[in-house]
Design a protein around this ligand. Structure first.
Ligand code: CTP
Ligand code: MG
Length: 368
């Protein structure tokens, strides 16, 4: 092998994605906002040549996703046919590294190891150790396999091009694993380190969570204390000799929670939504307003809500359990996803001097 062999990458993008249930070729599906094909192919732009195997009907659409250096080759009916078309188009090269377009999480480390092995030994095939106990089930019964000797084979698979080409000429039929073609043609196959992360997007569940967007929101509110007002915190009325002044029932923690939700959702705050100049909200039940805010955030699922109440008096802790229940019911989330802490401010400031009660809330949400 030359001191700096020419490396040609083959990225297979010409499948139909029938098992993935993604409404067409799964390589057009988005992962974190980027098409799978774009994500995978970008990792191969650094090689001497990049062959992208693409279904003829998808050439235009795919071309827009691939690095400009990619040479497009027409795909075949099966993966084997697609590989054969790529091998024919290459002409000659030193090392060919084949990769499934449907494995967008491949790393440079996995690639470099497979290629280094191919340069030194003629082949480098990414593989992972089996995790579960393994059995072979036949009509004669079930037999256990020695797990320490069993591997799951992935791509990238890198080979000496001349050997690979000869193997594909010698071995007929459709095989979805290039290393099996090499094996059947009598070439030794050497395994290198793959990774469970380098999984192939095959079934609908493989796409779960790949486009989840998390949003965090912070809300804060403070209301002055007042005689002759009820003290309502998170929908619970406290037996206290003071309450909080405000246009609504002045439930400060619920106001903080609503602002946290609206902020996370990218919407205007409660000052805009429920203006204190609007008589409709005079004496309003803030828990009712919270239900309205929740319905406005219907596109999001609440992961958790954390509320802090700052009050010198009264003692909040004995009521926290009921307050959590109130919030969980209004937001339609399990009680474990809502928590409330309370603190005095050690006599300091507006809260410490008993002139007001403040509250802060943080919420984490996920797009549905
Ligand atoms: N592939 C290809 N040409 C084919 C079939 C498959 O280039 N005729 C590619 C796929 O695009 C994929 C890789 O080979 O990147 C692995 O195949 P697989 O996961 O089976 O993808 P699909 O064939 O697209 O999916 P399915 O079998 O569910 O239809
Ligand atoms: Mg397939």
């Amino acid at each position: 092998m030359k001191s700096s062999p020419e490396i040609t990458a083959i990225v297979l993008c010409a499948g139909k994605g029938e098992r993935a249930g993604q409404n067409g070729n799964k390589l057009f599906s988005l992962v974190g906002g980027q098409a799978v094909a774009a994500m995978t192919a970008a990792k191969f732009a650094r090689f001497d040549r990049l062959i992208a195997v693409v279904a003829p009907a998808e050439t235009e659409e795919m071309r827009a996703l691939l690095p400009p250096c990619a040479e497009i080759v027409a795909g075949g009916k099966t993966r084997t046919e697609s590989v054969r078309n790529a091998l024919a188009a290459i002409g000659d090269t030193d090392i060919a590294v084949i990769h499934d377009g449907a494995r967008p999480f491949v790393t440079d480390k996995i690639l470099d190891e497979a290629i280094a092995s191919a340069i030194e030994f003629g082949s480098g095939v990414a593989a992972t150790k089996a995790v579960e106990s393994l059995k072979i089930a036949t009509d004669d019964g079930v037999k256990s396999l020695d797990r320490s000797k069993v591997y799951c084979v992935q791509t990238p698979q890198a080979f000496c091009f001349a050997d690979l080409k000869a193997a594909y000429e010698r071995v007929a039929g459709d095989l979805t694993d290039d290393s099996e073609v090499m094996e059947r043609a009598g070439y030794p196959v050497r395994l290198t380190a793959g990774s469970p992360d380098n999984r192939k997007l095959t079934y609908p569940a493989d796409f779960n969570g790949l486009n989840d967007a998390y949003r965090i929101g912070l809300g804060y509110d403070v209301h002055p204390t007042a005689k002759d007002r009820k003290l309502v915190l998170c929908g619970e009325t406290f037996d206290a000799d003071f309450g909080l002044a405000g246009h609504s029932d002045a439930d400060a923690p619920v106001h903080a929670i609503m602002d946290a939700l609206l902020s996370a959702a990218g919407m205007p705050d409660i000052g805009v939504l429920f203006p204190d100049t609007d008589p409709a909200y005079l004496g309003a039940d803030s828990m009712e307003l919270l239900r309205t805010v929740k319905s406005r955030c219907a596109a999001f699922e609440i992961i958790n809500l954390s509320v802090c109440i700052m009050a010198q008096r009264p003692k909040i802790a004995p009521r926290v359990s009921k307050m959590r229940d109130n919030l969980a019911a209004a937001l339609g989330v399990p009680r474990d996803n809502v928590n409330i802490s309370a603190t005095t401010t050690e006599g300091l400031g507006i809260v410490g001097e008993g002139r007001g009660i403040a509250s802060a809330a943080v919420v984490l949400m996920r797009t549905k």
